[in-house]
Write a protein that binds this ligand. Structure first.
Ligand SMILES: Cc1cc2nc3c(=O)[nH]c(=O)nc-3n(C[C@H](O)[C@H](O)[C@H](O)COP(=O)(O)O)c2cc1C
Length: 186
């Protein structure tokens, strides 16, 4: 079973739901996890209850969205891998710095206890500024892999990177063999 976590990059959640659907159609079993912000916040990109409904419908499972429910994901529930898509700059920075105050960070920390792969699909406006050092930190961390990223709007958002979500499955398969997709920036 693969843990599939969604953070509060609200403009990319619909893309992530499409990838979830594709993975389920291919036979993957996904355990959905949402950060508190993703789980509860209505934005111009959609209402939280509708997103939650879709996640449950796609995966057929209840959503883990509290630290308490995420904690067993390492010790008791042994995931084959965990994907965070989208991963916000906020969650990336927390994982890089050992902060565990959200459901997604808790799930990642618990999962990494088992040295199983964690695949990050980042979407952040500060990826090439405030968060660049955290990308570097996590690239050097055992069992953490990145979905290749693109500068989505270099002129208007010069510090922004967004993962190519269509490469999440490839990143997962490579990560499960202990490998990072070599071309990280596309
Ligand atoms: C409409 C909206 C869109 C956002 N988009 C992003 C985004 O694409 N990437 C990002 O890193 N943060 C984005 N944020 C900020 C995060 O939601 C915020 O940092 C939050 O604390 C993330 O919490 P989480 O990482 O626990 O989900 C957005 C916020 C709002 C309200």
């Amino acid at each position: 079973m693969i843990g599939y976590a969604i953070c509060g990059s609200f403009c990319t959640i619909s893309h992530s739901l499409e990838i979830m659907k594709r993975l389920i159609l291919k036979g993957y079993e996904l355990l959905p996890i949402m950060s508190d912000n993703a789980y509860n916040t209505d934005t111009r990109f959609g209402n939280a209850d509708k997103i939650r409904e879709q996640v449950v419908e796609i995966t057929g499972k209840n959503i883990i969205h509290t630290i308490k429910d995420a904690e067993p994901l390492g010790p008791a529930v042994n995931l084959d891998a965990m994907i965070i898509a989208p991963c916000t700059g906020n969650t990336l920075a927390k994982i890089a710095n050992g902060i565990t105050d959200t459901s997604v960070c808790m799930a990642a920390k618990a999962h990494l206890r088992n040295d199983k792969p964690l695949i990050i699909a980042l979407a952040s406006n500060d990826a090439l500024s405030g968060n660049l050092k955290n990308i570097g930190t996590l690239l050097n961390r055992k069992s953490i892999f990145f979905t290749p990223m693109v500068q989505d709007d270099p002129l208007k958002k010069p510090h922004s990177l967004v993962a190519d979500f269509t490469l999440i499955e490839e990143a997962l398969l490579q990560a499960m063999s202990g490998k990072q997709i070599p071309k990280m920036f596309i």
